[in-house]
Ligand binder design. Structure first.
Ligand code: VG1
Ligand code: CO
Length: 542
């Protein structure tokens, strides 16, 4: 029954920040997806008879690759595959399914916030039994295996009907098509005070959620409109489409501009939110206010105890290195440990498993907790709603109070997209070489106090991750971080993270671009951004 198909390696299957992401046409090459999936299975031990979870964000190729994975899982000896109805599983829901059903692991098919469609992006990510992204030890092994692979295993069967709930037998393995929303929604009901949120909404509080034609549509319809009683129309763009309606499902000022317009327009609702392609990011807005993801992390950590799931307090807070230090101030005030990890959710898994952190976040609109092992867009929305319901204040008032207590970390990320890879790498290597000489150097009003390249020693498993971003620290506490994106599919993207702290007695209501103007000039100057890239302005500011 099992077929052994000869193959030859593709040399470009190294997983990035979050799995393997490529153009759809790259995945459409003969045996490309098969090679990667088999490379994953080849580096895993002892999964015979075990359960594999499969699902994705509904983008172009999702259904095809799910069928491929089902055949290969059967041939490789899995006992059961759980797949979301219609092939749909948001990334946090997949993490929850893996944990709830004690699966061996899961394959999540997504390129997250990258656009979808025949000419756009696709991706595959392996998650381990704790529900979280595979750590580097495993992704490195997958890559090594992909470089020498010479065969994959499959079975010759018809496609499984993904649009009907229930079990079918596939070559000795059980495939169960499950409701993608129910388990996740029940988890949210255990964590948050749905009665309080329901009352808030019934009392006239207005909210708007933009699902961006991506995976959170069905989740948001069920949770916000059905379970919490928000009026129909609260969720916009709520049907997942293979090409996300031609948009980038990236919840930021550029790609979620319709929501920004609504929240800054006349008659704005009280609360606005959006999520990304695979449902793990969140964008939070109040009436006339955008809450930066770093600030949102800090505010959620400071107020989490108001939600039932976190009433006992937090064990610790973790943030990725380029995320602002706003959460550090909260951790300090609450007497909690603060962990600083490299970019990418895979680095939070060990801390969460070890009970060293409860809430984690990244500046890239990712926030989550120990309820799953992925960042979770709707979770952040619901925690905000729970806090708003308990405090009875507006988003703007909560943030003003937060800054008055902890001070404010003015923050922005400037992305330079579509750079020539060689030019971007040259910029980074020149800056790296210049780091030792930078301390003491003055540019404009700023003096460099320290300069280094971030590396992370995992306190749980002792693994060391090098080369995780170049950091310039300035006297007075301002900071610039430079790193290259590990999720793009063409050219290179330079990310420049800018941050300046203003204490509780300082200016707390400045406009961010003005507050960061000196730092922006320093970044251009110290890294030679125009010289290396030919660009005088970023492509996207978040
Ligand atoms: C980006 C973000 C990072 C995030 C990653 C995956 O990575 O910066 O914080 O974890 O995307 O998020 P990079 O390497 O491009 O900077 V998602 O929602 O795309 O799975
Ligand atoms: Co995502």
């Amino acid at each position: 029954m099992t077929l052994t198909i000869a193959t030859t390696p593709y040399i470009d299957q190294k997983p990035g920040t979050s799995g393997l992401r490529k153009k759809v046409r790259v995945f459409q090459q003969a045996r490309y997806a098969e090679n990667f999936v088999q490379s994953v299975f080849d580096v895993l031990d002892d999964f015979a008879g075990q359960t594999l979870v499969v699902g994705g964000d509904g983008r172009f190729l999702n259904r095809d690759v799910i069928q491929t994975v089902i055949r290969m899982a059967a041939a490789n000896g899995f006992g059961r595959v759980l797949v979301g109805l219609g092939g749909i599983l948001s990334t946090p829901a997949a993490s929850n399914i893996i944990r709830t059903y004690a699966a061996f692991g899961g394959l999540i098919l997504s390129a997250s916030h990258n656009p979808g469609g025949p000419n756009e992006d696709f991706g595959i990510k392996y998650n381990i039994g704790n529900g979280g992204p595979a750590p580097e030890r495993i992704t490195d092994a997958i890559h090594a295996r992909s470089m020498v692979i010479d065969r994959y295993l499959t079975v010759d069967i018809l496609d499984v009907d993904l649009d009907r709930l229930g079990e079918t037998q596939v070559a000795g393995m059980v495939v169960e098509v499950i409701d993608p929303v129910a388990d996740y929604a029940e988890l949210m009901e255990r964590l948050f005070d749905f009665d309080a949120i329901r009352k808030l909404i019934a009392g006239g509080f207005r909210l708007s959620f933009d699902a961006m034609h991506a995976v959170t549509g069905p989740y948001a319809h069920d949770i916000l409109e059905r379970r919490l009683g928000a009026p129909a129309g609260t969720v916009t763009n709520g049907t997942p489409l293979p090409d996300f309606g031609g948009h980038h499902p990236d919840p930021n000022m550029v790609h979620a501009h319709a929501l920004f317009d609504r929240m800054f327009g006349s008659d704005a609702p009280d609360f606005g939110a959006a999520s990304d392609g695979d449902g793990d990011r969140n964008l939070i807005l109040g009436r006339n206010i955008f809450v930066t993801p770093s600030d949102s992390l800090a505010a959620l950590a400071a107020n989490a105890h108001l939600a039932p799931g976190y009433a006992g307090g937090l064990k610790g807070i973790a943030r990725s290195m380029p995320t602002s230090g706003a959460a550090d101030r909260v951790a300090h005030a609450l007497g909690l440990p603060l962990h600083e990890t490299p970019t990418g959710w895979k680095f939070f898994g060990n801390l969460l498993d070890a009970g060293m952190a409860t809430i984690c976040g990244e500046e890239s609109a990712g926030t989550g907790s120990d309820h799953v092992r992925e960042k979770d867009g709707l979770w952040a929305v619901l925690l905000w709603l729970n806090i708003l319901a308990v405090r009875g204040e507006s988003v703007a008032a909560i943030m003003a109070g937060h800054w008055a207590r902890f001070g404010r970390n003015y923050y922005a990320r400037h992305d330079y997209e579509g750079l020539e890879t060689a030019a971007a790498e040259q910029l980074v290597s020149e800056l790296r070489a210049a780091l030792p000489a930078l301390p003491g150097r003055t540019t404009g009003s700023l003096t460099v106090a320290g300069a280094d390249e971030f590396e992370y020693l995992d306190p749980v498993d002792g693994s060391l991750s090098r080369g995780q971003g170049l950091r310039l620290q300035f006297e007075g506490g301002a900071r610039i971080v430079f790193r290259l994106s590990g999720t793009g599919t063409s050219g290179a993207t330079l990310r420049v993270y800018l941050e300046r702290y203003e204490g509780p007695d300082g200016v707390l209501d400045a406009e961010t671009p003005a507050a960061l103007a000196d730092l922006i000039a320093a970044a251009d100057h110290l890294a030679g951004i125009p010289r290396h890239t030919g660009r005088t302005a970023p492509t996207v500011i978040t």
